[in-house]
Design a protein around this ligand. Structure first.
Ligand code: F6P
Length: 404
């Protein structure tokens, strides 16, 4: 039985952070939306995150009954999630007072899992990974560049000690079993959701002219995400060069929205700009910074196609958002998207490391407005039927109510 409130542990990801700022991504949307839906069902939620020293209040409501508490630890200011480990014990100690009355601990990512291991004190402990270290390491062209051993060791410990693991896809469940030896019965598959009321097509694309930060006089291939090698934007640009050379009549514009607040992101942006220059496709590429969340639906709707070219994508909340806005998608076959779209129905699945097939899929859809329209309609229908946050919250709530 679920007793008391739920404490979410999300040290690097402030659920009320501005999406696109360093280390503020899909996990934050997940915690924020889930917390709000649980609270509206009468389950109190406190989400504990690290205070980044940006002058934000110590406590801030997410929704009635759900709040975020910012815990100061380590040096003042932003610390990249890869460098947070030395401060997590302090985070755990300072979190304790806020855990009073919590019957369930729900930890997020390996940093949250590590903290949960220190403070759970016999409470029901649920963990969501959001991304698996072993898969991320394997997906990067140069494995040795980052050190993953510590992260993987912590992940392994968390899976052993927690009561239940939430996998976002069946594929992630299978990876948890085969790569980390997690017992299958310990894993519940619960996909994340999308706010289908906010992310919806307005039905009047014409009104978007001048409201989005790119021109609408050419077909737009839109992509968005963190500037991380895993996201595969280099692959998208290589495919773009093939599209431009192979189908000059299409005249597409490749629009990429991404933040550059993190040193790794700035490095990746430089690398990508170098590639765009080398490929000679500068006039076909349009760079955008972070788009405020409330403006995002218009950007998705204004696009003709959304592409998610990740080398590995645990889930891809942006994919759901685009689909909810009625946009057809070309998405990576590596990871969660294969459980979100039926190939040929709502979009096309490709292996983006094969840039020729990525280019082919883009050309195929850009050249066929009727098919795009039908796929966009089906995309919206699918998301509404299967991926609302209300459904997610119902399933998570059931898990919280199970005895360990
Ligand atoms: O920090 C932003 C974020 O996208 C989180 O939403 C997510 O949990 C994490 O990064 C995944 O990071 P990585 O690719 O390093 O495993």
């Amino acid at each position: 039985m679920l007793e008391g409130k739920v404490a979410m542990l999300t040290p690097h990801g402030d659920p009320l952070g501005r999406i696109g700022e360093p280390d503020i991504g899909g996990q934050c949307v997940y915690v924020r939306e889930l917390a709000a839906r649980l609270a509206s069902d009468g389950i109190g939620v406190v989400a504990l995150t690290r205070d980044r020293g940006q002058g934000r209040p110590r406590e801030e409501p997410i929704a009635p009954g759900a709040k975020v508490v910012r815990i100061p630890c380590g040096p003042q200011g932003f610390v990249p999630k890869e460098e947070l480990f030395p401060y997590l014990d302090e985070f755990a100690e300072r979190s304790r007072p806020y855990l009073k009355g919590a019957g369930v601990i729900h930890s997020h990512y390996w940093d949250g899992g590590y903290v949960a291991g220190r403070v759970q004190d016999g409470r029901l402990w649920i963990h969501t990974s959001h991304s698996l270290g072993k898969l991320k390491r394997a997906s990067l062209p140069d494995e040795g560049r980052y050190r993953y051993a510590g992260r993987i060791e912590i992940e392994t410990e968390v899976y052993t000690e927690c009561d239940r693991v939430i996998a976002l896809t069946r594929r992630e469940r299978d990876d948890l079993v085969s790569l980390y030896g997690v017992p299958r019965e310990k894993i519940a598959v619960i996909p994340p959701g999308v706010d289908v009321r906010r992310f919806r097509p307005s039905g009047d694309k014409g009104r978007l002219r001048g409201k989005v930060g790119f021109p609408l006089d050419r077909p737009v291939v839109f992509s968005l995400g963190r500037l991380d090698e895993r996201k595969g934007f280099d692959l998208l640009f290589r495919a773009a060069a093939e599209v431009i050379q192979g189908s000059p009549g299409l005249r597409p514009l490749f629009v990429l929205s991404a933040g550059t607040g993190h040193p790794n992101e700035r490095r990746e942006r430089e690398r990508l700009e170098g590639l765009v220059e080398e490929l000679g496709i500068g006039e076909w590429v349009w760079w955008l910074g972070v788009i405020p969340e409330h403006e995002l639906p218009a950007y998705y709707e204004a696009a003709d196609l959304f592409v998610l070219p990740s080398r590995y994508e645990p889930f891809g909340i942006a994919l759901l958002e685009a689909m909810a806005c009625g946009v057809p998608v070309v998405a990576t076959v590596h990871g969660g998207p294969s459980e979100i779209i039926e190939p040929g129905e709502e979009g096309i699945l490709v292996d983006p490391t094969d840039t020729r097939s990525l280019a082919r899929a883009i050309v195929e859809l850009l050249g066929d407005p009727g098919r795009r329209e039908e796929m966009g309609r089906k995309a919206r229908e699918r998301v509404v039927a299967e991926f609302s946050w209300e459904m997610v919250a119902r399933k998570v709530r059931k898990l919280y109510s199970e005895d360990a």
